[in-house]
Write a protein that binds this ligand. Structure first.
Ligand code: NAD
Length: 472
């Protein structure tokens, strides 16, 4: 699998879609290419006093809008090609969900579990320092976020390093240099769950398309559909949780150590508890277990959600994949060949650059919060509650009837930050799905959702180049 070049895979999908647009070749080339890549090496002093050289990257794929945005990954397999591919996907993702940013991505090549917390803090702060030195981070320049192997803790270390070193003109907005922070450090409610929640909204939209479901021999709606999720990290765990709450049956779960399967359903919270206690999902009561995690991808189900890493379904295993819908929670889980094979088989593929865009959408909300220095809902919540109460009381007086306390409370409730963030995310995922689906229909259903998503993204980025012109 290691000889598969991720950026080539992304570009093959890009070229397929670009053929349906009328933009000049030079514009298409400029959209496709990665604008800047910074490869950093720096020394880390380990707890035992030894010195290790750390390799890290930050790729800024497209500066057509600023800041650029994208997560930071800690992975032993990180490399320049992967970072550029992920940065490119960020450009297209932001365009698809109308987040006004260019795309970027960062990575540090480490196996995280081999480092102590103090070593991780030192290398994260040093990485942030290197980015500051080269102007590869800042609220108006480049705004990282969590990705595979990183979370709110790493984002805190980065914001603290940035704030300590921020130039005077940036001090006021320093919190906006990174998103996915803890709420107490300028984070926004709903960010942690956002990608998984967005995956849920996207799958729900796809399953509501009666025509698509009919072609797959399925009924519309989520109720009763069987689901397998690969990777129970930030994206996979929350996707599984919301899909379970939304009425699907989780029949398979796949992690690093293996896969478990139960056609009668697996309770995600109980599996997570079991994993916490035993350090493994295997031997979960009532489920069949296998240490061969790749086999989990091949089990029969309605919806397969790969939410771990890229290149999981390739020419090697694609023939054995039985899912009717593949919902890409991870970035690039299908190679371009595997993608074509599944499309020919009639599988519905919900593409990564749309489906996992909930993370960057809510990151955008967090950045807006940081720049405005006020929590969403703080100004209007009480006002909305008072207005709603007066309106309802007027209705009660006019009709002579009283609504129940429960209904009264629901209607008078003013929106707090979580309400606003989650509804902004839902609206974004629905309207982006509709845009993508509309483009697919304009082409008489001859193109797939990924191609439609790429056409949408290419057109939006091309418009920016056409309207702005080329400097100088
Ligand atoms: P994470 O580190 O929180 O979780 C990843 C999980 O996958 C871990 O539990 C890991 O043990 C598991 N895993 C690794 N290899 C596996 C394998 N071969 N089989 C089964 N499980 C395996 O990472 P994450 O943030 O959830 O990111 C997952 C994917 O989603 C990545 O492709 C990432 O780029 C993408 N993504 C993440 C976000 C985000 O907000 N975190 C947003 C968009 C896209």
């Amino acid at each position: 699998m290691s000889n598969i070049k991720f950026f080539d895979q992304v570009n093959r999908n890009f070229d397929k879609a670009a053929a349906y647009t009328k933009h000049p070749p030079g514009v298409l080339e400029q959209i496709k290419i990665c604008n800047s890549v910074y490869h950093i090496t720096f020394p880390l002093k380990k707890d035992d006093g030894s010195i290790e050289t750390i390799h890290a990257w930050r790729a800024e794929h497209s500066h057509h809008k600023l800041p650029v945005k994208g997560g930071i990954r800690y992975s032993p397999n990180a490399n320049e090609d992967e970072v550029m591919a992920l940065a490119a996907l960020m450009t297209y993702k932001c365009a698809i969900v109308d987040v006004p940013f260019g795309g970027a991505k960062g990575a540090i090549k480490i196996e995280k579990r081999n480092y102590s917390d103090t070593e991780l803090e030192r290398l994260t702060r040093r990485y942030a320092f290197e980015l500051i030195k080269k102007n590869f981070i800042g609220p108006g320049v480049d705004v990282p976020a969590p990705d595979y192997g990183t979370g709110p803790r790493e984002m805190s270390w980065i914001v603290d390093t940035y704030a300590a070193m921020a130039p005077a003109h940036d001090e006021l907005n320093a919190l906006g240099c990174v998103t996915g922070k803890p709420i107490t450090q300028g984070g926004v409610r709903g960010r942690t769950e956002a990608t998984g929640r967005g995956v849920y909204f996207g799958i729900r939209e796809a399953c509501n398309d009666a025509e698509d479901m009919r072609k797959l021999g399925l009924t519309p709606g989520l109720e009763g559909k069987t689901v397998i999720v690969q990777g129970l990290g930030n994206v996979g765990y929350y996707a599984a949780k919301f899909l379970q709450e939304g009425g699907t049956t989780l029949i398979g779960l796949i992690e690093y150590e293996g896969a478990i399967y139960n056609p009668n359903g697996l309770d995600i919270e109980k599996v997570m508890q079991h994993r916490k206690e035993t350090k493994s999902i295997l031997n979960f009561p009532g489920a069949t277990s296998t240490p061969k995690n790749a086999e989990g991808l091949e089990m029969a189900c309605d919806i397969l959600v790969p939410a771990a890493l890229e290149n999981q379904i390739t020419g090697e295993n694609v023939q054995r994949v039985k899912a009717k819908i593949v919902a890409e929670g991870a970035n690039g889980p299908l190679t371009a060949d595997a993608n074509e094979h599944l499309l020919q088989k009639g599988v519905l593929i919900i593409p990564d650059m749309y489906l996992n865009a909930g993370g960057v959408t809510v990151s955008y909300f967090e950045w807006l919060k940081n720049l405005s220095h006020v929590r969403f809902g703080r100004i209007e919540k009480r006002f909305a509650e008072n207005t709603n109460r007066k309106m309802l009381q007027a209705v009660e007086t006019l009709t002579g009837q009283k609504v129940s306390q429960n209904v009264f409370d629901q209607i008078t409730h003013g929106p707090d930050e979580a309400d606003l963030v989650n509804s902004g995310l839902e609206e974004t995922m629905i309207s982006a799905y509709n845009q993508m689906n509309e483009i697919r229909k304009q082409h008489g259903g001859k193109i797939d959702l990924r191609t439609a998503a790429f056409i949408n993204a290419i057109n939006k980025v091309a418009l920016a180049y056409i309207e702005l012109g080329i400097f100088p």
